[in-house]
Structures are given as structure tokens and as C-alpha cells.
Ligand binder design. Structure first.
Ligand SMILES: N[C@@H](CCC(=O)N[C@@H](CS)C(=O)NCC(=O)O)C(=O)O
Length: 328
């Protein structure tokens, strides 16, 4: 675990001393956009046109942020157009690593050993954390974006002109944008990032605040899902997929490892049915690797789990009937 300082790797855990024990997530640094015609997006520079075979996605199966991008790539039909490399779940003193001897964890483009080498390939003097996901441009040999919230927006629409891409599937429809943004904001702060704020806090009060806000939000979401099939109504949107990747990790990891233990998702009737429904949508289960998820958190985060023992349980059941058909 570490970061790059002026292009040099430094092994260092998150510094919570400056923030009185509170975990603060650093903003992503590469903020360009792939667009249909290569014009600049809402941020960054132009020159990233949606083309088949041009872009490569670096992910960890464990990472909830990277997971969003894998779900969008799968559901939009982008697999033939955007290739993927998966880092090894253990993220230790060298940060995210490839294991060239293991077919599932090779860097297919350059045969790199560490993900930080990809960042310095794009920016030799880069300073900051080395995170997944990374959307890489093979043509310009640079990072397009390392912000998952923006990568999924690109995947949602920029590649719609390519063969086989499901252009009719829109997870960010115009009419629902205000609702989606409103839900995203609270879910990001108190749920997606909320579990990390609880788990990485090094002061009791910061942990308790994150814990309370997390469960207040889960109660709020449980109530919404009592009479809405999905978060904004009858149509599944980006807001649902952003929540999904946290829910699917919750009982196996966040409940115990991050001390988010008021209750599990399976104890919420609506949230658990909703989680199963999303999991059961065609293709989605292929993006979920509970073995790598558990291994990453319990082995890599040694300040939270010094023994690096990976718990055997709990038994997870995402495949039984979800019963959500009755919700309008
Ligand atoms: N804002 C980023 C956050 C990504 C992120 O924090 N990924 C984690 C893995 S779950 C990571 O790579 N952490 C490495 C580090 O912080 O050094 C996004 O959503 O894309």
C-alpha cells in the first residue's frame, strides 16, 4: 500500500493523522473523456474518440469502484471493444500488482509488474494514489480516466455507434438525471464511501459517525425499495449499479472487516431481494468474484486485519428467487 511522489513509489498507509482519525478519499487525477467524435468531454482534453479495440480497462475484481465499470462494460455489450486486465487481489507494499505467472492477473499490454508503472508511463512525475479502475488509451499510451463515476458515463453512451453495443440501454436517462444525482450523492457519501469511512477511521467518534450515517441511509434505501422496484422508479439506472457493488460486498466484508455490524443486507427484506434481482440479471454474476473480494480486503488491509486471516463465512445466497416482481 502506498503512493507515487514525483514518479517515485513510496510505501505508506492512509494518513489519517492530519484529519483527526477521519478517512478522506483523494480525488482522481486523470479526468479525460472518451466521446463519440473525440471532442473534449465535461473535463479534460479532446482526442479520445470511441473506437473499437483502442481502449483497455485495468480493474481489480475486489474493488467496488472498478466493479461498476465491469458491469457497464458487460451490460452495454462493450466486451468485444474494450479489453481488460485484472490485477492480483493482494495489494501490499507495492500497491496493485500483476502476477505474470498467473493467467488471470497479467498486464496484457506491457507485461508490467506493478500498476504504478502504468501511471508513470502516462505521467513520469505523477504524484498521488495509484487506483483502479484505469481506462487506458492504447493509441496515445496514456490514462484517459481513473474516475469510475465518469468511466461508467462514457460506457453508457460514447460507444453507442459501435457494432453490437446496446445503444437503447440508457442508465442515465435525461428525465431521471436529477433523481439519479440526488441519490448518488447520498449513496456515495454514506454508503459506497461510508463503509470505508467506518473501516479506515482511526478515531472512535469518526467511526461512529460513519456507522450511523451508513445505517440511516440503508434504512432510507430499504424504505424507498418498499414501493419502487429500483431507486428512481420502474427503470434501472446508474444509481442502482452504483449501490449494487457495495451491497454485494457488504455481508462478506463490510459487516465484519469494516465493523458495519448493526445488521447484514440479508436482514433487510427489500434491499436483499433487490440485491438478488440485480445479481441475477444476465451477465452480472460474471462480474462478481467473492473469493477475490474477501482475499483483497482481509489480506491487504493489514492495519485493519493484522493476522490476514480470511474468514470462511458467511454463506451467501444471491441466487434464490428475489420476489421483486410484485413491486411496481
Ligand atoms: N475515485 C476512484 C476511487 C477508486 C479507488 O479508490 N480504488 C481503490 C480500490 S477499491 C484503490 O485502487 N485504492 C488504492 C489506493 O488507494 O492506494 C474511482 O471511483 O474510480
Amino acid at each position: 500500500m502506498g503512493l507515487l511522489v514525483d514518479g517515485q513509489w513510496v510505501d505508506q498507509w492512509y494518513d489519517t493523522d492530519k484529519t483527526d482519525g477521519k478517512f478522506e478519499r483523494e480525488a482522481a487525477r486523470f479526468r479525460n473523456w472518451v466521446t463519440a467524435d473525440g471532442s473534449a468531454g465535461p473535463s479534460g482534453v479532446d482526442g479520445f474518440k470511441a473506437e473499437t479495440g483502442r481502449y483497455h480497462l485495468y480493474v481489480a475484481m475486489a474493488c467496488p469502484w472498478a466493479h461498476r465499470t465491469l458491469v457497464f462494460r458487460k451490460l452495454k455489450g462493450l466486451e468485444p471493444h474494450i479489453s481488460v486486465s485484472v490485477v492480483h487481489p493482494d495489494m501490499l507494499e507495492n500497491g496493485w500488482e500483476f502476477r505474470p505467472d498467473q493467467p488471470g492477473h497479467r498486464d496484457d499490454l506491457y507485461g508490467l509488474q506493478y500498476l504504478h508503472q502504468l501511471y508513470t508511463r502516462a505521467a513520469p512525475d505523477y504524484s498521488g494514489r495509484v487506483t483502479v479502475p484505469v481506462l487506458w488509451d492504447k493509441r496515445q499510451e496514456t490514462v484517459v480516466s481513473n474516475e469510475s463515476a465518469e468511466i461508467i458515463r462514457m460506457f453508457n453512451s460514447a460507444f453507442n455507434g459501435l457494432e453490437g453495443v446496446d445503444a437503447g440501454l440508457d442508465f442515465y436517462p435525461e428525465a431521471l438525471r436529477d433523481d439519479i444525482e440526488g441519490i448518488n450523492e447520498r449513496v456515495y457519501d454514506t454508503v459506497n464511501n461510508g463503509v470505508y469511512k467506518a473501516g479506515f477511521a482511526t478515531a472512535q467518534d469518526k467511526y461512529e459517525k460513519a456507522y450511523r450515517e451508513l445505517f440511516d441511509s440503508l434504512d432510507w434505501l430499504e424504505a424507498i425499495l418498499a414501493d419502487r422496484r429500483y431507486l428512481t422508479g420502474s427503470r434501472i439506472t446508474e444509481a442502482d449499479w452504483r449501490l449494487f457493488t457495495t451491497l454485494v460486498r457488504f455481508d462478506a466484508v463490510y459487516y465484519s472487516h469494516f465493523k458495519c455490524n448493526r445488521q447484514q443486507i440479508r436482514d433487510y427484506p427489500n434491499l436483499s431481494g433487490y440485491l438478488r434481482e440485480l445479481y441475477q440479471m444476465p451477465g452480472v454474476a460474471d462480474t462478481v468474484d467473492i473469493g477475490q473480494i474477501k482475499r483483497h480486503y482481509y489480506v491487504s488491509q493489514r492495519t485493519v486485519n493484522p493476522t490476514q486471516i480470511v474468514p470462511v463465512g458467511p454463506e451467501l445466497d444471491f441466487s434464490s428467487p428475489h420476489g421483486r416482481e410484485s413491486v411496481s
